[in-house]
Write a protein that binds this ligand. Sequence first.
Ligand SMILES: [Cu+2]
Length: 167
Amino acid sequence: MKRMIVACVVVVSLGFATGALGNGGKKHGKHEVAPAGGHAEHFGAPGDPGNVTRTIDVEMNDEMRFRPDRISVKRGETIRFVVRNTGNLKHEMVLGTIDELKGHAEMMRKSPEMEHADPNQVSVEPGKTGELIWQFTRDGTFDFACLEPGHFEAGMVGRILVGHERE
Ligand SMILES: [Cu+2]
């Protein structure tokens, strides 16, 4: 858990450094290399829009809840999450394991202005809709959360069951 947080910090610092240098027009460029911390491979990989097998609508609201907050997928499925923010606050859906989400939530509390744009997350302004495409490659129980400061702590979390029977 401790180590996971450290890994996150390192990745983010590198991102900042690259952005700050901004040389060679690489600013805000997509990371081509495999992520150092490798959080993503715990539960899958960014999905190819051409391979989407199912669309799941998710609502985020100011009651600090996701609806649904429990999602079942089959291993191998590529899911397009259509994420609608029905509240008046900014919300986001971040996929991960509960430990790494906790670590990120802590970072977000310390640096609320921090913006992160990874393929495993989507930030959605009030009244807007965003999309997140993810392929689930491993069986298991994974989590998602809103990491806007305080939201995770208020219970804005959900769970994804991969490879389990549909409920
Ligand atoms: Cu939120």
